[in-house]
Design a protein around this ligand. Structure first.
Ligand code: ADP
Ligand code: ADP
Ligand code: MG
Length: 686
């Protein structure tokens, strides 16, 4: 399995024999989940067929599948959502079953039926169970019937604006407005008053229609400060069920999960049993089989409310695999082939603790908006038996506008929660990702957060600790010293590399580094590798003796420093140099730019004019690449702070761009339908 994902032995187990299932499975998905399914199929000696769009022609999963077929251009409705094209490939290849992964067609009952009618097994629940559970409204109705507690709300379809306001007032604000067919946190908005309810209804409806092709809207009470806890269950076609221990997914941005853990720090064995059993009873009531996840919100008093059921394999299933040793994909395949579950509830034990971080190409300093581009430099954390990386990309891959900007799922396991958490910090610091902006630094900051580390957090965690997103750590003086001495060392390395081999290598004994407008002077003693560093003009100087300096992938730098309080292990990422003097870094998850000079350059610098600063304070810039859905203002119009300016669509999300100031509009540079790049000027104020 070495060419595939970096899996742990825990979930994938030692070699064993498997009951006869299928000879060939088609995987109707892409990226990391396709690779993950291929891994299990290989283990079980099942051949795999993948389908791919033009955008994925060079993807890893395409290479790794036994067979791969192009099904269309990049847009999902012409490829991964085109069930007839996929069926054609099924017929052509003779695949006996289809694994839909998550997203795309995984919860689509028409796809299930289409396959069934052709005698092809859908590796998932039966059609009627998808109908009963796949939609938030229907599943809540069913939960009520099975005596499972649900979030209070209106169990019906909302017709129009007046209806929204009536229902919202009956439930009482705050309310949650949701697309019944929604998923991935999309098509969902909180409303605290009539105005927000009307606005939320409009946007959620639009978003639901474009993302899910179904604009049914439901409204429910907004539960304050809840924890999101979910149970994945397995059921076979013979009526046997087990629930797997829970995952806590309360760290969310835009109602979408960022870091998950298993088990939850909140549950007692009794509560676990109670919630898990309710999940099973719901599944039983609709003849469910395969795997599925019941999501609950748990309030401060440990009251729990059924939220929805995801009738598929979930993104975060690996952490459950890590703590139970159950390969969930293997179980899905065996169940689909008609085999009985080999587990009873008593066989399911929790061993250790596991975390998953969804490493995304997104910018935590810009409302977590996707960052697209090529992975110019990409290196995963150093191999470790307790670090599992589920990814679909490698160096050179493109993160495109067409699909979720996921880079990897980074999963750690430990005997204890602390051990697993520490390992996550290591993994996230070792990631080298260049070419797109990523959220590793943000993840690292979460892992270092006291509330998170203590296990006492809820879904308000990100809004509470990161109300404006994450812009990086504030570096301390000692951090600046570490960066400064690393910069001096890197400058010498670069100089060394560019010298022709016969020339005498002249190392710099003195280097100047500017960090945030402060100039540091570093004097280097090359015989002892001692760096004396201090602020130019200041009196205080510190000395660091550097040892074991390693530079990997031209970017990941590790070294140790000795001497009194300055001793320690350091990990600094050098992310490139431009114009010879602009050095870019990543340190403790924070990106920073420095300027690095030798004595001559530093002397010259004092005579140079300061760089020109462009004033963007009167402009509204595009916070992400995307297309303009509508423009709500006109030239000459006076707008208030917070007023709606335009709606942009990016990654299937409708994003309302509001004014961050009051003023009169001077120019509008875009119109409906335009595609815009990130940071382009959309609107200018007078
Ligand atoms: P999980 O609960 O497994 O984390 P999410 O709800 O975050 O799952 O969704 C997983 C993926 O599936 C995301 O990429 C999301 O965009 C996509 N997705 C979820 N539901 C749907 C749906 N109904 N239609 C299309 N894509 C969906
Ligand atoms: P999706 O299908 O997008 O996963 P969910 O209904 O599962 O949608 O909700 C996703 C997240 O949104 C939840 O984990 C929770 O944080 C938040 N959420 C959803 N409904 C409510 C609610 N009624 N009250 C408070 N938070 C909610
Ligand atoms: Mg959900």
């Amino acid at each position: 399995m070495s060419s595939l994902l970096r899996y742990s032995k825990r979930a994938f187990g030692a070699k064993k024999t498997y009951p006869k299932c299928f000879d060939k499975i088609l995987i109707a998905n892409r990226g990391e989940i396709s690779r993950r399914i291929i891994s299990t199929c290989r283990k079980m000696d099942i051949k795999t067929v993948c389908v791919y769009s033009d955008a994925d022609k060079y993807s890893m999963f395409v290479d790794e599948a036994d067979e791969a077929y192009r099904i269309g251009p990049a847009p999902t409705n012409q490829s991964y959502l085109d069930m007839h094209k996929i069926l054609e490939v099924v017929k052509q290849t003779g695949a006996q079953a289809v694994h839909p992964g998550y997203g795309f067609l995984s919860e689509n009952k028409h796809f299930q039926k289409l396959l069934n009618d052709e005698g092809v097994e859908f590796i998932g629940p039966p059609g009627p169970a998808i109908t009963a559970m796949g939609d938030k409204l229907q599943s809540k109705l069913l939960a009520k019937k099975s005596n499972v507690s649900t979030v209070p709300g209106f169990l019906g379809v909302i017709n129009d604006n007046a209806h929204v306001l009536k229902i919202s007032n009956e439930i009482g604000y705050p309310v949650m407005i949701k697309a019944s067919a929604g998923g991935g946190g999309k098509g969902m908005r909180i409303a605290w008053n009539d105005k927000e309810a009307a606005e939320g209804y409009k946007l959620s409806k639009q978003e639901a229609l474009s993302a899910f092709g179904d604009d049914t809207i439901i409204i429910e009470k907004y539960i304050q400060q809840p924890r999101h806890i979910e149970f994945q269950l397995l059921g076979d076609k013979h009526g046997n069920y087990v629930y797997l221990p829970e995952r806590e997914c309360s760290v969310q941005r835009r109602n979408q999960k960022v870091i998950e853990e298993a088990p939850s720090t909140l549950l007692t064995p009794e509560l676990r049993h109670k919630m898990g059993s309710q999940a099973v009873s719901m599944a039983k009531s609709c003849g469910y089989y395969s795997t599925g996840t019941c999501e609950f919100l748990v309030d401060k008093n440990l009251g729990f409310y059924f939220l929805e059921m995801n009738t598929r394999l979930q993104v975060e299933h690996p952490i459950t695999e890590e703590v139970t040793g159950v390969d969930i994909v293997e179980e899905m395949i065996k169940i689909a082939a008609g085999h009985k579950l080999e587990y009873t509830q008593d066989d399911i034990k929790i061993k250790g603790h596991s975390f998953e971080m969804r490493v995304y190409a997104e910018d935590p300093s810009r409302h977590f908006l996707p960052s697209i581009g090529f992975l110019r430099n990409y290196h995963e954390p150093e191999p470790h038996p307790n670090i599992r990386i589920d990814t679909g990309v490698q160096e050179g891959s493109e993160i495109s506008v067409y699909y979720d900007p996921m880079i990897s799922k980074t999963i750690t396991w430990g005997e204890t929660r602390t051990e697993a958490l520490e390992l996550m910090k290591t993994a996230l610091s070792e990631y080298v990702i260049q070419g797109v902006v990523d959220n590793c630094g943000f993840g690292l900051s979460i892992c270092n957060n006291k509330a998170f580390a203590s296990g006492n957090y809820d879904t308000y965690f990100i809004p509470t600790y990161y109300p404006d997103g994450y812009t990086g750590e504030v570096l301390k003086e000692n951090d600046n010293y570490i960066i400064a001495i690393t910069a001096a060392q890197v400058k010498n390395i670069i100089e060394h590399q560019t010298c022709d081999e016969h020339a005498e290598v002249k190392l710099f004994d003195r280097v100047f580094v500017t960090i945030e407008n402060v100039d540091y002077q570093i004097d280097v003693d090359h015989t002892t590798e001692t760096y004396h560093v201090g602020v130019v003009g200041g009196n205080e100087r510190k000395s660091f003796e550097m040892s074991d300096f390693h530079l990997r992938y031209n970017s990941l730098i590790r070294f140790n420093t000795k001497e009194g309080s300055n001793s320690g292990k350091h990990l600094v990422q050098f992310t490139g140099v431009t114009n010879q003097i602009d050095y870019n870094w990543r340190y403790n998850g924070t990106r920073l730019k420095t300027r690095v000079y030798d004595q001559r350059q530093f002397d010259l610098k004092r005579h140079m004019a300061p760089p020109k600063v462009v004033d963007y304070s009167k402009s509204v810039l595009a916070p992400m690449p995307g297309s303009i859905i509508s423009v709500e203002v006109t030239v000459g119009q006076t707008v208030e702070d917070g007023q709606e300016l335009l709606v942009m669509e990016a990654m299937k999300m409708q994003n309302l761009i509001k004014s961050e100031r009051a003023g009169k509009i001077k120019t509008i540079k875009i119109k409906k339908g335009d595609s815009v790049a990130v940071d382009s000027v959309l609107i200018e104020f007078e």
